[in-house]
Design a protein around this ligand. Structure first.
Ligand SMILES: Nc1ncnc2c1ncn2[C@@H]1O[C@H](COP(=O)(O)OP(=O)(O)OP(=O)(O)O)[C@@H](O)[C@H]1O
Ligand SMILES: [Mg+2]
Length: 233
């Protein structure tokens, strides 16, 4: 059994009289420590996959297995623990608390965790040693995303889930953030999943899933993932 498995996962949203099939039978498997890319056009179902994997949404049917546990069978209490202890999430627009400093944003997340990393050291590790006491408004977009990554990493989660983490960043800053995520994945052997609509980024993944209309249309393993520094788009 793989570390993460989706088996025939379906998600149907009911909006008034209309049923919207967001996921139409997703099957995938991911091994521990892999750097995974999920790519596809807008509306393909990428965020829905990540939200279900991260316990922020539930599937209509199908099985979701993470580290030997059936996530789709967790009750509310267990689901809260799963989100709290096992999942680190990074969003496109950082979602930092504006009136807390970088350090306080990371500390806030670690307060509810079991085995958190040291917030200050984690900020140093993502390259923000000099900006620890700055507020988000005093930081660039790339720096704010580094705080958000530090916040997710400091929870010491099993999975790092990133939904368009470079969507709001310029080209060079986006590359730096992807490099940071890839290096962190390698160094900590932390299973990391990156969502992107940019197909040019696919070669950076150890494993790449392309999604279209709620289905996986290709699943590729890259024995030699491309160095992000050499990818141009
Ligand atoms: N809460 C919701 N209620 C109704 N429909 C939804 C909801 N969330 C997502 N959908 C629909 O499910 C489908 C998949 O959406 P999803 O957000 O997963 O796409 P995506 O691949 O992440 O797109 P994008 O690249 O634009 O973020 C879309 O048709 C979307 O409109
Ligand atoms: Mg999305």
């Amino acid at each position: 059994m793989s570390y993460i498995e989706f088996k025939d996962v379906r998600k149907v949203y009911h909006v008034g009289e209309v049923d919207i099939t967001a996921l139409d039978g997703i099957n995938l498997s991911i091994e521990q420590g892999e750097f995974v890319v999920i790519a596809g056009a807008s509306g393909a179902g990428k965020s829905t996959i990540l939200n279900i994997l991260g316990g922020m949404d539930t599937a209509t049917s199908g099985e979701i297995i993470v580290d030997g546990s059936r996530v789709d069978r967790l009750n509310d209490r267990e689901m809260t623990d799963y989100r709290r202890f096992d999942i680190g999430f990074v969003f496109q627009f950082y979602n930092l608390v504006q009136n807390l400093t970088a350090l306080e944003n990371v500390e806030l997340a670690t307060e509810i965790c079991r085995n958190p990393l040291d917030p200050r050291q984690t900020l140093i590790d993502v390259g923000l040693g000099e900006r620890i006491d700055n507020f988000p408004s005093q930081l660039s977009g790339g720096e704010q995303q580094r705080v958000a990554i530090a916040r997710a990493l400091a929870k010491n989660p099993k999975l790092l889930l990133c939904d368009e983490p470079t969507g709001a960043l310029d080209y060079v800053t986006g590359k730096q953030i992807l490099l940071l995520l890839q290096e962190t994945c390698r160094r900590n052997r932390m299973t990391t999943i990156i969502i992107t609509h940019n197909l040019a980024l696919c070669p950076m993944g150890d494993k790449v899933f392309r999604v279209n209309s709620g289905r996986i249309v290709s699943a590729e393993v890259n024995p030699h993932p491309q160095d992000i520094r050499t990818i141009e788009w």
